[in-house]
Design a protein. Structure first.
Length: 370
């Protein structure tokens, strides 16, 4: 099993924007030094709580500050932007990063972004994602002229009057045929895991955002998609998210987790509000807690959804997560706010150096191009 990182991120809106961006960069730099395989950076345009508005801009500042960690969008919210913009920007970044780029794609879920771009409500954002990625792959695979007509976007570049100067041509990525593509998986019942298996995309399951009992289904559907495409499903490519706090003892980690004024309390308040807004609170309820019951306290949700404790305890909880959802290749750790930088650095370091060596290394955790 290898280590990855997902940076949503979530910050207290009262904090200084410049400072939190610098701390987020420091987190990725530390992860690179600790041997993390990859990081995935969220994209949100209209929320001060999740303030990385352009993940490629953020990641570009880290290319020269890191050595080997793969740099990924987690995710490009494809319904919010024209496919040609994504294709051009991603191809350029792939060259700047010399192939360390991984392209996560998704529908987007931030309510204010969906309202801003008028893609909320009954609009089929899944269909928009499928159309967008097909257009992007077409631009990367083909030379001009480009004519792509879809339900949501049209691409037409036919003027070849200055073809000798490359006018009308789109840059191709550094990686061929293109960077690995990944999709985030969350709610049960979605067709996205099967699509990922059919297309050879990297599946990233958010057991940091929903209870693990919903995540095993992701792999079953992904495997079915692989088999339908004649591809053997390989658990090494499956990423599973989790929030992790490693203290010197169980008591220290618990105190940090349940501090009512700490970053985890803020993170869960924000998360619970979002799921309540979508009518999906049941996805957070601990095992054995019926949706008909009185909603659990945030501390009960936090205890059940975070791998917290001493290195020994955290190792046991990660093993239990794997027993619940099935074998997976990359533990994708959620990056949280650094209210206490020293504690947070120690926690991440303990995870990498004291917990993860107990798990056998996975095979190369890459996606297949499709």
């Amino acid at each position: 099993m290898q280590l990855g990182m997902f940076m949503q991120p979530v910050h207290d809106v009262r904090r200084d924007y410049t400072k939190v961006l610098e701390e987020d960069r420091e987190t990725i730099i530390l992860a690179d030094r600790l041997g993390f395989l990859e990081c995935w950076i969220g994209e949100h345009l209209s929320a001060l709580t999740e303030p990385i508005t352009a993940p490629l801009v953020f990641l570009a500042t880290l290319i020269e500050r890191t050595r080997s960690i793969k740099l990924g969008t987690g995710v490009f919210c494809l319904p919010l932007q024209h496919p040609a913009m994504v294709a051009s920007h991603a191809a350029m970044f792939d060259h700047l990063a010399r192939g360390r780029f991984q392209m996560g794609i998704g529908t987007g879920s931030l309510s204010s972004d969906l309202e801003l771009f008028k893609v909320g409500g009954n609009i089929d954002r899944g269909a928009m994602v499928r159309e967008s990625i097909d257009a992007i792959l077409s631009l990367w695979a083909n030379d001009p002229p480009h004519v792509y007509e879809g339900e949501y976007w049209d691409i037409r570049v036919e003027d070849r009057s200055r073809a000798e100067f490359g006018v009308g041509a789109f840059p191709k990525p550094f990686q061929r045929p293109h960077p690995p593509i990944a999709v985030s998986l969350l709610a049960p019942g979605s067709r996205t895991p099967q699509l990922a298996g059919e297309r050879g995309w990297i599946p990233i399951s958010g057991a940091n955002l929903v209870q693990p009992r919903y995540v095993g289904e992701h792999w079953e559907r992904y495997a079915a998609g692989c088999e339908a495409a004649g591809r053997r499903p390989d658990p090494a490519v499956w990423r599973v998210g989790r929030s992790v706090i490693v203290g010197s003892s169980d008591a220290e980690a618990e105190d940090y987790l349940l501090d009512p004024d700490g970053p985890m309390a803020y993170w869960f308040a924000y998360t619970i509000a979002g799921f309540r807004n979508r009518g999906a609170l049941h996805l957070l309820y601990p095992d054995g807690h019926s949706g008909d019951d009185e909603p659990p306290d945030w501390t009960d949700i936090a205890r059940s959804m975070v791998a917290w404790g001493s290195p020994d305890t955290v190792a046991e909880k990660i093993a239990a997560l794997r027993d619940t959802v099935g074998d997976f290749g990359v533990l994708t750790v959620t990056a949280h706010e650094w209210d206490d930088p020293e504690f947070c650095r120690r926690s991440l370091t303990r995870l990498a150096r004291e917990v993860m060596p107990r798990f056998a290394p996975a095979r190369a955790a890459t996606g297949t191009h499709g």
